[in-house]
Design a protein around this ligand. Structure first.
Ligand SMILES: NC(=O)C[C@H](N)C(=O)O
Length: 337
């Protein structure tokens, strides 16, 4: 009987990368002071015996780092492993445990480059497993539940935090001290409660199977950097980033991606030198940057990031630049993805 049930359960692989979900503190009262990336994947899985009722779960330690230290090489390594597993007949769903600081970047990257309709769920936690009311256990349980469900197929890369199912494209870490940390300006796609998913909406942007990008064709990622804007901003950072070899600079602009008059001439000159200029907004609840609003993008040959925050704009720019350096093509991609 047991063998029969196991055969019916989905096969889910948990790829562990580190983060607070694998963190450990000195005492149970340490919810904010701890070391990330300490606990191995086997221990994470063993800590939730209920997983065996949801799926046949096995783990793989891909790396063990705090996500603020993730590199483009790490992204490619993870992306390639996800792709290999997705191609395997024995795998029905993939869960990635990840630090929350750059979780939204990794989720968006995978959403762009993985050619599969199998569920890929990225999950983290805000408190280490050693803390009182640690959130990692339930977040991971929910991730495995969604990864093993048929309804999650074809919905792009997803994130399960705080009982919500979010689109990996839209979701962003909005606050760093609450378990209710991840939000999307356009709302969650669904909820997961007691291991069951409840769906309410679908992503509208191109992703995974419908994406023109494929991790199998990406050898390396170009250098794309971000410059932050604020009152009295100077052009020093923009110039330095270009000098260090950035192929594109994401302008993390104020408001609707506005650019200080002190910086405009430098950005015009950098564009003439071949650097792509991409205007985004760093407003917290979600930016919305439109072409030729605030700045004459057509005239300057700049690109707008639309609703992508600066760190997500960096991900799309890197992936897009592996295919084209044409600013019109880049702009098309920023509307479509
Ligand atoms: N909550 C977390 O996971 C934060 C941690 N610094 C990380 O991103 O790895």
């Amino acid at each position: 009987k047991e063998v029969e049930t196991q055969a019916k359960l989905a096969n889910v692989v948990v790829l562990a990368t580190g983060g607070t979900i694998a963190g450990a503190g000195a005492s149970a009262a340490n919810s904010a002071t701890y070391q990330a990336a300490k606990v191995g994947v086997e221990q994470l899985i063993a800590g939730i015996p209920e997983l065996s009722k949801l799926a046949n779960v096995r783990g793989e330690q891909v790396m063990q780092i705090a996500s603020e230290s993730i590199t483009n090489e790490n992204l490619l390594q993870l992306g390639r492993r996800v792709s290999e597993l997705a191609d395997s007949k024995d795998v029905d769903g993939i869960v990635i445990t990840h630090g929350t600081d750059t979780l939204e970047e990794t989720a968006y990257f995978l959403n762009l480059v993985e050619k599969t309709d199998k569920p890929i769920i990225v999950v983290g936690s805000m408190r280490p497993g050693t803390a009182m009311s640690a959130d990692g256990m339930l977040n991971l349980y929910n991730a495995v539940a969604v990864a093993s469900s048929k309804e999650a197929r074809g919905k792009g890369v997803l994130v399960t935090m705080n009982d919500e199912i979010q689109s990996g494209r839209d979701v962003s870490k909005m606050i760093n001290i609450k378990t209710e940390a991840f939000k999307s300006a356009w709302g969650p796609l669904g909820m997961v409660v007691e291991g069951k998913s409840y769906w309410f909406r679908l992503p509208a942007k191109r992703h995974t199977m419908d994406s023109e990008f494929d991790i199998k064709n990406i050898k390396s990622l170009p250098d794309v950097e971000i410059a932050y804007s604020y009152g009295n901003v100077s052009d020093t950072a923009y110039k330095a980033l270009a000098q260090s070899g950035a192929k594109a600079i994401i302008h993390a602009g104020t408001g609707n991606g506005s650019v200080s008059s002190r910086v405009v001439p430098t950005l015009q000159a950098l564009r003439k030198d071949g650097v792509q200029i991409i205007r985004s907004s760093h407003v917290n609840a979600g930016g919305f940057v439109l072409r030729n609003a605030e700045q004459p993008d057509d005239k300057y040959d700049w690109v707008v990031a639309h609703d992508l925050n600066p760190q997500k704009a960096r991900i799309l720019a890197m992936v897009a630049l592996t295919k084209t350096n044409d600013s019109k093509e880049l702009q098309r991609m920023f509307w479509e993805y």
